[in-house]
Design a binder for this molecule. Structure first.
Ligand code: BES
Ligand code: MN
Ligand code: ZN
Length: 501
């Protein structure tokens, strides 16, 4: 077994690019500034960059890469890589992150272990914001998902990354690097297969990921879950020989305002077969990622604590395996939620909303006033928004606005979906308070409407990451596999506090 990532030693320096003693210098260039860039660098590279631009070999389009000829001997680095940014007015948080990840992947491919990033392209960001994203991106790229390859697996990691920028940005670089580490740790968990990551093992691993100063943790076993009356969580668990777990993490720094607590709730289905409403075989292996929401909230809380943000925050993750065992919940069965509501389970594959309903209720019991849940909840959100955009649901408007702003700062994409009261009709059951599977129309919305029944009256947002948690194909800025989507957004939600909500 291989360790899937290494955290590079990230530092900042105000050295000139020529003075940096590294294997590779990365230089970002905006598409509308190629002329001035070749003016700056052509003397160093014997006109190589200008010639490449003139030939049309390199246009500095977004994430385009050009490796230039060896620099003149007054430069210490042995190689230089230019990475395109597209037009400067387009270089936002998402773009700078993608540029950093793409360039660092290329560095690993060329076996350059000590790299430098010349912070010469401002884009639209402040220096601190940009440097944080660069440091995070360079760390994110230092990941290799071939954990269980035992033959001919040739791995190479960046060991040192220095960002050539103002020394004032040292804290931002360290923060970005720590966030990258949290994200990579979450990606490891999300990639892990169901046989090696049962609910009990996920609870253990998540607890150790969150064991940083300021976080206290507790894992509730099946008896404790029963004592709380969580009939929905237990109902999903009963089809598996693996018992469920409920992870609770608390970050309550001294001096943080007591009246407000951010409650992060994440779906922790370690494998989703669909249960008795069994999923088709094709692509079912992908359902090992159905705990991505859980990994996301744990990684985010870890970073929130490492940054010592001055708010109270808790994370609640229900962990379960959805299996069609002999004792499994059957279509038509009635479950009683911890909140007291009864649910007719007309489809055992709509299990995420069941376990999250109990977890949202519990987060409120523990004092959470501002809720955000994250879940690979519905195939329908993939139909609606595709694989690039997370679905945002919830209430009230100012809380959703706060989440959208945080996603913008983080460079992650999400988009709001409506929760009109009319959709509530689809949840009606003849025999109980509601059904868990309200049919195909507006499937992502009705799933959110179900969760709303358990989220209480306060601010609540639901992020459906079924499309964004997993990349199906390789991109320079995102290899195939777990993405770690929404971790940065949650950290920025916490940084923003509770503005007027
Ligand atoms: N984990 C799935 C959702 C999912 C589907 C995630 C595809 C990633 C990719 C969830 O538990 C599920 O099975 N949802 C059902 C709900 C339906 C039965 C109402 C779905 O989306 O089909
Ligand atoms: Mn399911
Ligand atoms: Zn699921």
């Amino acid at each position: 077994m291989h360790v899937p990532y290494e955290v590079p030693r990230v530092s900042v320096s105000d050295a000139a690019p020529g003075a940096a003693d590294v294997d590779l210098i990365i230089i970002p260039i905006a598409q509308d500034h190629t002329a001035s860039a070749s003016g700056t660098y052509d003397a160093v590279f014997g006109g190589d960059l200008g010639a490449a631009i003139a030939r049309g070999e390199f246009c500095a389009k977004s994430c385009e890469i050009y490796v230039a000829r060896r620099p003149g001997k007054d430069w210490r680095a042995s190689r230089v890589l230019f990475v395109g940014g597209g037009p400067r007015a387009e270089i936002d948080a998402e773009r700078i992150h993608r540029m950093a990840v793409s360039a660092a992947h290329a560095a690993r491919q060329q076996r350059d272990g000590r790299i430098a990033w010349a912070d010469v392209e401002p884009g639209m960001l402040s220096t601190a914001a940009r440097v944080e994203l660069i440091a995070e991106g360079l760390t994110f790229a230092n990941f290799d998902g071939g954990t269980y390859k035992s033959r001919n697996h040739d791995r190479f990691f960046v060991t040192h990354a220095v960002i050539l920028t103002s020394p004032d940005a040292a804290v931002a670089a360290a923060t970005g690097c720590a966030t990258g580490e949290s994200i990579n740790a979450a990606r490891v968990l999300i990639n892990e297969p169901g046989n090696l990551l049962t609910p009990r093992l996920l609870a253990e691993k998540a607890q150790s990921l969150a064991s940083v100063p300021g976080i206290t943790s507790e894992v509730l076993d099946e008896r404790a879950i029963q004592a709380l009356g969580m009939g929905m969580l237990l109902g999903v668990a009963q089809g598996s020989v693996e018992p469920p777990r409920l992870l609770v993490l608390r970050y309550e720094p001294a001096g943080a305002p007591a009246g407000q607590t951010l409650g992060l709730v994440g779906k922790g289905v370690t494998f989703d077969t669909g249960g008795i409403s069994l999923k088709p075989a094709d692509g079912m292996e992908r359902m090992k990622d159905d705990m991505a929401g859980g990994a996301t909230v744990v990684a985010a809380l870890r970073s929130i604590a490492l940054q010592q943000l001055p708010i109270r925050a808790i994370a609640v993750v229900p962990m379960v395996e959805n299996m069609p065992g002999g004792k499994a919940v059957k279509p038509g069965d009635i479950l009683r939620a911890a909140s007291g509501l009864t649910v007719e389970v007309n489809n055992t594959d709509a299990e995420g909303r069941l376990i999250l309903g109990d977890a949202l209720w519990y987060a409120r019991q523990l004092g959470a006033t501002h809720l955000v849940d994250v879940a690979t909840l519905t195939g329908a959100v993939v139909v609606a928004l595709g694989k690039t955009t997370t679905g945002l649901f919830g209430t009230p408007e100012p809380w959703l606005h706060h989440i959208r702003k945080a996603a913008e700062t983080a460079g992650e994409r999400l988009w709001p979906m409506p929760l009109f009261p009319d959709y509530r009709d689809q949840l009606k059951s003849e025999i109980a308070d509601m059904v868990n599977s309200p049919g195909r129309p507006a499937g992502a919305i009705t799933a959110a409407m179900f969760l709303k029944e358990f989220a209480g009256e306060g601010p609540w947002a639901h992020l459906d990451i079924a499309g964004t948690a997993w990349a199906e194909d390789h991109k320079p800025w995102q290899p195939k596999g777990a993405t770690g989507a929404m971790i940065r957004t949650l950290i920025d939600v916490a940084r923003g506090g509770f503005p007027g909500v």
